[in-house]
Design a protein around this ligand. Structure first.
Ligand code: BTN
Length: 334
């Protein structure tokens, strides 16, 4: 099943009317008269709306009343109440897809800045460094297509900036303060709650487009995923936001996150890197720790001392100070 915000499904008229009149029962005849569609079309719409997980109470000879909504991030639910200037103004939704990141690349050149691709499940979710991202029902998985005006040198800071936006969202909506693990993992009590993957497409040394992919363990079964990932190199545990996000619906969470990402995107476009690095460092669980980073040229080990303006991590030991641009950091202490 898939929807996109450019082609509104026909049942939306009925759904929107039920939503704005959810304190009363509406008869099929009333809906048909007001919306100027046939009784059959009303009935078909009601069936479709129920199929999507909305709860409609039907009283014989009285009519229909909408009593509950599903948690699914349907485009029309995400759009309503989204307060962004451009992020998420085009939305694609898939109940199942291989990878939103892969699909985003496929459509990027025909899309608007800020188009968002969401999936309830991915069967070939991509993680950093060629890893897989397990994407079962309960998580939030999306990619955003972006055409930034900022210079290519900012591309390495962008994933960190996105992790900061996510941390701020969690702080606003949940009862917990997450940590940031270099370069862009969001963790809670040292375990991974979300991952970020940024693909950059270049054209003659300029950013053609950028795909920001975010996977959030919103309400997932930690143990099940833990079991599957145990043998992955540098695996350090999985955390679900579930226990901290009690009453927050995934739609509200994503609306807030898109707004935070947009704010940080504007900050980058106005070259406000220092503030991003400062805010990121404040939340960092890596800075100040003894770390190990396996690289192609061997293992870099020492104390992580700071983040530079291009997102590089500075690691110092008795012998030297090394700038690490990319990699996977292992914390050697709690
Ligand atoms: C990581 O390895 O930490 C990054 C994980 C990124 C996963 C997200 S889920 C949405 C988007 N689609 C993908 O296939 N991957 C990213």
């Amino acid at each position: 099943m898939e929807f996109n915000s450019k082609n509104e499904p026909s049942f939306l008229k009925v759904l929107n009317f039920l939503k704005t009149h959810d304190t009363e029962y509406l008869s099929g005849q009333d809906l048909s008269d007001v919306l100027r569609i046939s009784r059959v079309a009303v009935w078909k719409s009601i069936k479709k709306i129920e199929e999507l997980g909305y709860k409609i109470e039907t009283k014989q000879k009285v009519g229909y009343k909408l009593v509950d909504k599903p948690k699914t991030i349907f485009p029309w639910e995400l759009s309503s109440g989204l307060k962004t200037k451009f992020m998420g103004h085009t939305i694609y939704y898939f109940d199942e897809i291989d990878s939103t990141q892969r699909f985003s690349h496929e459509i990027a050149n025909k899309e608007n800045n800020g188009a968002v691709i969401i999936a309830t499940q991915q069967n070939s979710g991509k993680g950093r460094i060629g890893r897989k991202w397990i994407s079962r029902n309960g998580g939030i998985y999306f990619s955003a297509i972006l055409f930034p005006k900022f210079d290519i040198s900012f591309a390495t800071v962008f994933p960190m900036a996105a992790s900061l936006a996510l941390a701020k969202t969690i702080e606003k909506l949940c009862e917990i303060k997450p940590e940031l693990k270099w370069p862009n993992d969001v963790t809670i009590k040292g375990e991974k709650v979300a991952g970020i993957l940024v693909d950059v497409s270049l054209q003659s040394n300029k950013i053609d487009y950028l795909i920001l992919g975010i996977g959030i363990n919103f309400d997932i079964n930690e143990k099940e995923i833990q079991k599957e990932l145990k043998k992955t190199p540098n695996f350090y545990g999985v955390k679900s936001l579930g226990e901290f996000s009690k009453n927050i619906k995934p739609i509200k969470f994503l609306q807030t996150l898109l707004k935070e990402i947009e704010a940080i995107y504007f900050e980058l476009e106005s070259k406000e890197i220092e503030n991003i690095i400062k805010e990121w460092t404040k939340r960092s669980s890596t800075i100040g720790k003894n770390v190990k980073i396996p690289t192609e040229d061997g293992i870099i080990q020492g104390k992580a001392t700071k983040i530079e303006n291009d997102g590089a991590l500075v690691v110092e030991n008795k012998k030297k100070s090394t700038r690490v641009i990319a990699g996977d950091v292992v914390h050697l202490e709690k």
